[in-house]
Design a protein around this ligand. Sequence first.
Ligand code: FAD
Length: 414
Amino acid sequence: EGHIVIIGAGQAGTQTAEALRSGGYTGAITMLGDEPHGPYHRPPLSKAWLAGEMGEAQLVMRAPEMLAKKGITLRTGVTVEAIDRAAQKVKLAGGEALAYTGLVLATGSTPRSLPLPGIGAPNVLPLRSKDDASAIAARLTTCAERSLPVLVIGGGFIGLEVAATARKKGLAVTVLEAAPRLLGRVLAPLLSDWYAALHREHGVNLVLDARIASIETDAAGEAIAVLMTDGSRHPCGLVVLGVGVAANDQLAAAAGLACDRGIVVDDCTRTADPLIVAAGDCTARQLADGSLLRLESVQNATEQGKSAAAALLGQPRPFTATPWFWSDQYDRKLQMAGLSGGADAWAVRGDMGGDMAAGAAFSIYHFRAGKLIAVDSVNSAKDHLQARKLLDAGVSPTPEQAADGGFDLGTLIP
Ligand code: FAD
């Protein structure tokens, strides 16, 4: 009958498996994951779960029994070492080979490291997996007991969410960001500045343009401070590394599939091999103009998962919807629709507030050549949902309309 093998038991892999079944696939499905856990949600690992506001059970994305009921075989603790496209087989660590009639690459991404002396200390930790998060949670407890500060390297979403969570727990927190502003890759300068003010208001020691020289370790090899090139020293009990991720495209590259900081796929998640699709963080999607788009988000993994299943079922389903993302820091929920890079004009709707504690709610509308390209909303879920509709429909308000809280943008949605 057929056997679809899915490499990676995360967001994209799980979505693909279930979409294959709901799409009518009746052959065998095997999902292989190298982690010891079944599919779980990653976003809470830096947010509610790390803060202790959410139980273990709520992290579960799909219980293995649920998958079994759908005829999806989940094998955890299994690493795929190679793909033999000619023989249509994947080779597992330990020597076992599995034949496939369709193959899904949903291998995710791996946190980047930094070439710094001391980086290998056991209390210098990245945050990607549940096991990473458990290790960080345990270290946060130690920091609290011993009154040691937490040091976050990298002012991106994960680093800042960990910083906010650690502050909520009452820990001293320093964030070191190499760039002149926070979240520089994804946010417009005025929102970067707003986030910097928010974190400082909550007591974070935020260092921009940070130049790290090394991580100082004690006799036991534990990190005890981060040393800067200007001679300053930040003592710490834990260093969290949040300096971005790299796509896990090595298996695909070794099998001769095109990779360019991600497995190159089309709108329908297809690779050049008709039997192989790829979905989620591991991909780089080729756009109509030839450029490559890498997205690291739940939406991208979910939508590409649906497209991957459709492609294997011979019913190509392009995923071209407006990208969206969210981030929770303190009591602020940021929701982003569209990609704001390249904007040449902005309009602010609502109140960015001088006083962060007052609970400002607002949205920033980004325009390029007069056309709406993205909307970033803080504590404004309504604006966000409306923005996705506007962007999906390709409808632009004028910047004046966007900035006018009395103007109902909903009237523009066809
Ligand atoms: P993953 O979920 O990483 O799954 C890939 C799996 O494949 C992993 O388990 C990996 O170990 C396994 N694997 C890799 N290679 C092999 C192999 N050779 N053999 C077997 N298994 C293998 N996104 C949002 O949209 N909003 C958020 O607020 C948000 N917050 C986040 C917070 C944190 C702390 C993290 C880590 C991520 C967050 N993300 C967020 C990103 C989101 O979780 C990812 O984009 C999403 O999980 C990607 O899904 P995926 O299936 O592509 O990869």
